[in-house]
Design a protein around this ligand. Structure first.
Ligand code: 5GP
Length: 234
């Protein structure tokens, strides 16, 4: 499968058309941004690592019955995907307080939540991906009720699957962001699942092994991503 016209360039990925009208190629870049792209940088080999990790996680989820846009890994940086229409929602599930939730509610980072917290954010950088609820999503016609119910139910299942997968690898899944897309009348899990989109802490030391090392200038970012790759392949 060959790349044709580039149709989109995001902060971490490029998307290309292919000869097949139903399929796209997504290419993972080393570029890293944070705080609505006010902070920019490069994480060496991030694209390669995130492509591999996403490949492993999409395969694992598919094997457990989750429908995703993943078709196959083409090479180091490229993944063949179904041509979904992205639902403009960022779904977040939180198992432990961190990041946006710590800030919003003035909570200490690291508190284990009694139950997972599910959030919708409107996917709009110019508004800083604001927190919304299902009423906003319906009123703004971002998705209909049936789609929202499916997205919510599927996200909780994905949380359980990812939590237990990472736990076996000695990693705590603190929180993560998912995106979904429409394909031939169905909703599929889309985008990527990687240390860019998940907070992952070492189970023993609670060391951060994700993009927070970049966001917060903690150093050792490349090593952290390689460590996650080692753990998920091990
Ligand atoms: P928070 O809302 O705390 O900033 O993010 C919650 C979780 O979702 C974190 O794991 C974070 O990495 C992920 N996340 C939220 N928004 C984005 C985004 O725009 N891009 C990426 N890569 N991850 C996001």
């Amino acid at each position: 499968m060959e790349k044709r016209k580039q149709i989109y360039e995001g902060k971490a990925k490029k998307v290309y058309e292919t000869d097949d009208p139903d399929l796209f190629i997504q290419e993972f870049k080393d570029d890293a941004t944070a705080f609505d792209a006010k902070k920019r940088g490069t994480i060496q080999q991030k694209g390669v690592v995130n492509n591999k990790i996403s490949n492993i996680l999409f395969n694992m989820l598919e094997s457990k019955g989750i429908k995703t846009h993943f078709v196959k890994q083409l090479d180091e940086r490229n993944m063949l995907i179904k041509k979904v229409e992205i639902v403009p929602l960022e779904v977040t599930i939180r198992n432990i307080v961190a990041g946006g939730m710590a800030k919003l509610l003035a909570l200490e980072e690291g508190i284990t939540l009694g139950e997972p917290v599910f959030e919708y954010h409107y996917k709009k950088d110019s508004l800083h991906d604001p927190l919304i609820n299902d009423y906003h999503a319906r009123a703004l016609k971002l998705a209909n009720q049936e789609e929202l119910e499916f997205i919510e139910k599927t996200s909780f299942i994905i949380n359980d699957l990812l939590k237990s997968f990472f736990d076996k690898k000695g990693l705590i899944l603190v929180d993560f962001k998912l995106e979904f897309g429409r394909y031939k009348g169905k909703i599929l899990l889309a985008d990527e699942i990687s240390p860019d989109t998940c907070r992952l802490w070492d189970k023993e030391t609670r060391k951060k092994l994700d993009k927070d090392r970049f966001r917060r200038d903690l150093g050792g970012i490349e090593d952290a991503y390689q460590e996650v790759l080692r753990r998920v392949t091990g």
